[in-house]
Design a protein around this ligand. Structure first.
Ligand code: FUL
Length: 490
């Protein structure tokens, strides 16, 4: 009898599952590669070249390779510190604007084999790649298109050399999660002794279409970052801050401002918000150095950002649907300075403490409607199951549903985390949160874009037994995958 009952239940459940079709995806969708990038959320960007030993921010391209000789280089120490900060990947600057290649390349003699480090037998890109793998970290490379050392910079020969440098990087160091291309282009430099200024037309010179076709072929999992966009766009500042409303979709504008451009085509103006209903899925990467500069300078030891400042940046980057790319600058020992290690450790602890207890998990969450009445597939339990892609949804046509979250006794909190299942596109445009106080609903927060992650910090903690989340604007039914409630000041 029991077996029969179970079978009947199973049968009825499968029929109702089959009858409820999932919501149709909305607009432009992320690629698998971009989904992995969104999941990464936080990574570091390491600058360490002869420029460090010159105590400069931009090497001119004329530094003697003999000065590059770290006394105690340890990629493991740097990764360990980043990991303690909650970061999941590392992008290493394999070549900065000074043109010095940190790996033994065949493309230029201005490379690590000419330095005394490891008797000229070292490979710093390899050392980082290996140490990342050993610590379960993702690894990526930054290879500067601008090269102030190369005698042929500005000609087509250089573009061929640059592509060959990328080919070496793509084929020697395993799977990369990012290929990072900065946007500083042309100007004065050493250029093989010419010591002059060279200008290039960045809209055509590099032929990015050809270069990135190679990236796709050799490193299909690598998200391409560039100031002209591709998989990931630059947020438009080096403070690590996305706009309060941030759309993951984007339509780049060309220089002439007349027509629409494709990804990779130069635009004259960045729209920090992204573009609602834009032509491409191109979320923002928010880069910011841990110190004042991207390179280590002893005089900037007192500029290391505090864990609290890093948390604020986290709220404005990851918390606005982007990723946080934090610049780390090893000193001339080849290690992260003690202050930097301390700040990262403190930040990691702050994150751990903040997100340790999700109060939504012990609340009763009731939805105004559940898609097809199918709670097992689209019900509110999906909001707290830790899965970014399972979700609460409603029937088509219901685009302003709400959730009531109730505890058995009052709870104190000040932070919300919301996520949409972005596999179905970025859908929600506005929501409000109310708290039940003195017998009525009182508005406590509101948000516009949600996307991969939206963190909302309240100005002060709120204590209540009941809250309400109201979606007030969405062009289609919702696909909300997470509602987390935390107490960051607890
Ligand atoms: C910029 C560069 O000019 C800076 O030196 C640094 O590498 C930063 C991450 O990107 O474009």
């Amino acid at each position: 009898m029991k077996v029969l009952l179970l079978l009947v239940t199973f049968f009825v459940a499968s029929i109702s599952d089959a009858q409820v079709t999932p919501p149709a995806p909305f607009g432009i969708l992320p690629s698998e590669r971009q989904l992995r990038w969104h999941e990464t959320e936080m990574y570091v960007l390491v600058h360490f070249t002869p420029t460090t030993f010159e105590n400069k921010e931009w090497g001119y391209g004329d530094a003697d390779p003999g000065i590059f000789n770290p006394s105690d280089f340890d990629a493991g120490q740097i990764i360990k510190a980043a990991k303690a900060g909650g970061f999941k990947g590392l992008v290493f600057v394999a070549k900065h604007h000074d043109g010095f290649a940190l790996w033994p390349t065949a493309t230029t003699t201005y490379n690590i084999s000419k330095s005394p480090w490891n008797d000229g037998k070292g490979d710093m890109v390899g050392a980082f790649a290996e140490a990342c793998r050993a610590q379960g970290f993702k690894f990526g490379v930054y290879c500067s298109p601008w090269d102030r050392n190369n005698p042929v910079y500005g000609t087509n020969d250089y573009v061929r050399i640059y592509r060959e440098q990328l080919r070496e990087l793509y084929t020697r160091y395993g799977n990369l999660f990012m290929s990072w291309h900065d946007g500083a282009n042309g100007g004065d430099g050493y250029y093989g002794g010419a010591r002059e200024s060279r200008k290039i037309d960045r809209s055509v010179y590099y032929g990015w279409d050809t270069t990135w076709a190679m990236t796709r072929k050799l490193q299909p999992g690598a998200s391409i970052f560039s100031d002209v966009g591709w998989d990931v766009r630059w947020v438009g500042n080096e403070r690590g801050e996305a706009a309060p409303t941030s759309w993951a979709t984007y339509t780049p504008m060309p220089l002439d401002g007349k027509s629409k451009a494709g990804p990779g085509e130069v635009k004259d103006e960045l729209n920090p918000e992204g573009t609602r209903h834009g032509d491409f899925w191109m979320p923002a990467e928010c880069d910011v150095p841990l110190r004042k500069g991207w390179f280590f300078h002893p005089s900037e030891n007192n500029t290391v950002k505090s864990p609290e400042k890093l948390f604020d940046i986290y709220l404005k980057s990851v918390g606005r649907g982007g990723a946080l790319d934090l610049g780390l600058a090893p000193d001339t020992r080849g290690l992260l300075h003690e202050e930097d290690v301390k700040a990262l450790q403190g930040f990691g602890e702050l994150l751990g403490k903040t997100f340790a207890k999700d109060l939504a998990k012990d609340a009763r969450i009731a939805a105004s409607q559940v898609r097809g009445g199918n709670k097992s597939r689209y019900g509110t339990s999906k909001l707290t199951d830790g899965d970014r892609y399972s979700y609460w949804s409603t029937d088509d046509g219901i685009s302003d549903p709400d959730l009531t979250i109730e505890w058995s006794e009052p709870r104190t909190f000040d932070l919300f985390r919301l996520r949409e299942n972005i596999k179905l596109g970025q859908r929600i445009e506005a929501m409000e949160i109310d708290s039940w106080e003195d017998g009525r609903w009182k508005p406590i927060a509101s948000a516009s874009s949600i996307g991969a992650c939206r963190l909302i910090l309240l100005p002060a903690p709120v204590t209540t037994q009941k809250i309400r989340v109201r979606v007030t604007k969405s062009p289609v039914c919702v696909a909300l995958s997470e509602l987390g409630i935390f107490h960051s000041r607890g």
